[in-house]
Design a protein around this ligand. Structure first.
Ligand SMILES: [Zn+2]
Length: 287
């Protein structure tokens, strides 16, 4: 499943093509992905200008200007188009040249700049929704989310307070989207390795200097993954169709039995299962 760096990479890929552009055609070839598409979706978004392309956790947010009358006066409210890539969704940018859609390209839209965006989703775990912009912060998908890990407000003091008294493992706590938004299994494993913290450690004991080390490692791992265009483990590609390459930089994730980078423990990367997910770590270096 795409995590924060992959979704951020897609955002950076589509934003220059969409921000300031007008949607001149919108086609949905099905009535649903994982959830039903909004009613009258094509009619509601066609003709609208894109104000910004943002990201929150693993969601892409496309801000649409309020619809306007022929005289330019706004009618209705600005809205935000919400896209989640699910397990295997892709947003691909290309020229609007009338090429026939691929079998899983369920949604396509074109802009007045001659660009087409296609949403391909073979397994249909993706989501596309439309919300009034002023309803966004109260939406049940977004209201409970913790801070963005790359935002300044995610710091050691915040993490320590968010973990205080928690008896769950630090690995499970990092995956809890209410504490921290957008970090999934791969980057939780990598950040814990980089910080030298055992994934089995009780979350409430991550305090002080240890919390500072973990915050720094999370930010560093995510920033390096974004710079690498994300990790292409299975289906994920960038908006250009190119793979990311951060999977080649994984220190521990999916590397069971291989030597831990920069560690002379001689035991190699170990895999355990926590909460039904694989955790990869070094039992010597991570305490
Ligand atoms: Zn080791």
């Amino acid at each position: 499943m795409p995590e924060l760096p992959e979704v951020e990479t897609v955002r950076r890929g589509i934003a220059p093509h969409l921000e300031g552009a007008r949607i001149i055609r919108f086609e949905a070839r099905r009535a649903d992905l994982r959830t039903p598409l909004p009613r009258h979706l094509a009619a509601r978004v066609t003709g609208r200008r894109v104000l910004a392309v943002r990201r929150r956790a693993k969601y892409l947010l496309i801000d649409l200007e309020a619809p306007r009358t022929g005289k330019g006066a706004p009618t209705g409210a600005p809205e935000v188009m919400i896209i989640h890539l699910g397990m295997s969704g892709r947003l691909l940018v290309g020229p609007d040249n009338g090429a026939p859609p691929g079998p899983h390209e369920h949604i396509a839209f074109a802009t007045d700049r001659g660009t087409e965006i296609r949403f391909s989703d073979p397994r249909r775990f993706g989501v596309l929704d439309l919300l009034p912009s002023d309803a966004f912060s109260a939406d049940k998908r977004f209201a409970p989310l913790g801070p963005e890990p790359l935002a300044p407000e995610f710091d050691a003091a915040y993490l320590e307070q968010a973990l205080a008294g928690s008896r769950t493992t630090i690995k499970a706590a990092l995956l809890d989207q209410h504490r921290l938004a957008g970090v999934g299994n791969i980057y939780a494993c990598e950040a814990l390795f980089q910080a030298g913290i055992s994934p089995r450690r009780q979350a409430g004991t991550v305090r002080g200097e240890r919390a500072a080390r973990l915050v720094a490692a999370i930010k560093d791992v995510l920033a390096r993954a974004i710079a690498a265009g994300g990790s292409s483990a299975r289906d994920y590609v960038q908006a250009s169709g190119e793979a990311g390459w951060f999977q080649h930089a994984w220190a521990v994730y999916d590397r069971e039995g291989t030597p831990c980078p920069g560690c002379d423990c001689g035991r190699g990367v170990r895999r355990i299962v926590q909460g039904g997910r694989s955790t990869f770590y070094c039992a010597s270096r991570q305490r």
